[in-house]
Ligand binder design. Structure first.
Ligand code: ATP
Ligand code: PRP
Ligand code: MG
Length: 288
C-alpha cells in the first residue's frame, strides 16, 4: 500500500487535495479528517503540517508527500545525520519566494547592510545557510509566523520570509531588499529512488498528466496545403501534429497540443497565415 502525506492546513492544503482528486484519488470530505484510505488505489493519505511532511518521508514512515520546496530544505537533516527526502517533481502551484525585507525608511537597502543586524524568520535553517554562504554575520531571530510584524514590535531589524504577492510585506511597512534567497513551489517529495516503487511511478504519471492538462490545450484548424508546412511549424505539437486530408481538395485539418499561455498568439498567427476554423478545447486528462 502507498502512503502519501498531504498538507492539512495552509495555502498548499486545498490545491494539493484538488490535484490528487484530479489524479483519480479519493480525498477527505472534512478538514477534520486526519487519515483517508482509498481502497480503489490501495493508497492511504495522511493529513499533516507542511513543515513536518519531509520529516515523515525522510524517516521512511510515509512513501511520498506534498510540501513546499522551502519546507523540504528547512527540515532536511544535516550532512551525515540520516536519510533525507528529495524533490521528486514540482507541482506547479503554491509558488512563492523567500526574501529579505526591511522597514521602509530604516536605511537598510542592501543585503550587505544586514551584517550585525537581527533578522526574523520562520525558516532559520534556510536563512542561516544563506547567511553563511554570503559571508554575512547577523543574528537569526526564530519566529513561528506573522514574521512581518517583528520589526514594528522591535524584536528584529529586518525579516526573511515567504513572499507571494507582497501584500503582507507592504501592509507591515516593509520593502524587499536583494535577490530572492529561494524560489519555492509545491513539490512531491520522496526517499532517494522512490520512483522505482511502481505505485509511486504511477502517482507521478498521474500528477504529470494533470500538469499537462492544465498547461496545454488542444488546437484544431483547417488550412490550405500551400501553407501547411508553415502552419505546422507554429504548432509542432509534442510528437508532431496530426494532419488529415479534408474532403475539400487542397485543404488539410491539423490537430496539435499548444501551451495554454500561447493560445491566442498562435491563433492570431495561424489566421493571418490563412488557416480557418481554428478551435481550442480543454484537455481533461492526459498521459504523455
Ligand atoms: N502566500 C503564499 N503563497 C504561496 N505559497 C505560500 C504562501 N504562504 C506560504 N506558502 C508556502 O506554503 C508552505 C507552508 O506554508 P503554511 O503557511 O501552510 O505553513 P506554516 O506557515 O508553517 O503554517 P501556518 O501558516 O499555518 O502557521 C511553504 O512551502 C510556503 O512557501
Ligand atoms: O506576499 P503575500 O501574498 O502577502 O503572502 C505571503 C504571506 O503568506 C504567508 O503567511 P501565512 O498566511 O501562512 O501566515 P504565517 O506568516 O503565520 O505563516 C507568508 O508567511 C507571508 O506572510
Ligand atoms: Mg504560513
Amino acid at each position: 500500500m502507498l502512503r502519501i502525506a498531504v498538507p492539512n492546513k495552509g495555502v498548499l492544503s486545498e490545491p494539493a487535495a484538488e490535484m490528487l482528486t484530479e489524479s483519480g484519488y479519493r480525498q477527505r470530505r472534512s478538514t477534520k479528517d486526519l487519515v483517508v484510505f482509498d481502497p480503489d488505489n490501495d493508497t492511504e493519505f495522511f493529513y499533516l503540517r507542511p513543515r513536518d511532511i519531509a520529516v515523515y518521508v525522510a524517516a521512511g514512515t510515509l512513501d511520498v508527500g506534498i510540501t513546499g520546496r522551502d519546507m523540504l530544505l528547512e527540515t532536511a537533516p544535516r550532512d551525515g545525520e540520516g536519510p533525507a527526502a528529495v524533490e521528486v517533481m514540482p507541482l506547479g502551484f503554491g509558488r512563492s519566494s523567500f526574501r529579505f525585507a526591511s522597514p521602509v525608511g530604516s536605511g537598510i537597502e542592501q543585503v550587505d547592510q544586514l551584517a550585525g543586524k537581527r533578522i526574523a524568520t520562520a525558516y532559520p535553517v534556510l536563512l542561516q545557510r544563506h547567511l553563511e554562504e554570503s559571508g554575512i554575520k547577523a543574528d537569526v531571530v526564530k519566529l513561528d509566523g506573522a514574521v512581518e510584524t517583528a520589526c514594528r514590535l522591535g524584536v528584529a531589524d529586518a525579516v526573511c520570509d515567504v513572499v507571494e504577492t507582497g501584500t503582507t510585506l507592504r501592509a507591515a511597512g516593509l520593502h524587499i531588499i536583494g535577490e530572492p534567497v529561494l524560489a519555492s513551489e509545491a513539490i512531491l517529495v520522496g526517499r532517494e529512488g522512490a520512483e522505482e516503487i511502481p505505485a509511486v511511478a504511477q502517482l507521478r504519471r498521474r500528477l504529470q498528466g494533470v500538469l499537462v492538462a492544465r498547461q496545454y490545450v488542444m488546437l484544431d484548424y483547417d488550412c490550405p496545403d500551400e501553407i501547411l508546412a508553415r502552419a505546422t511549424a507554429i504548432t509542432p505539437g509534442i510528437e508532431g501534429p496530426t494532419v488529415s486530408p479534408l474532403q475539400r481538395a487542397g485543404w488539410s485539418a491539423v490537430r496539435a497540443m499548444v501551451r495554454r499561455s500561447q493560445t491566442n498568439q498562435i491563433m492570431d498567427e495561424l489566421y493571418e497565415l490563412g488557416a480557418r476554423a481554428i478551435l481550442v478545447t480543454s484537455i481533461h486528462a492526459s498521459r504523455l
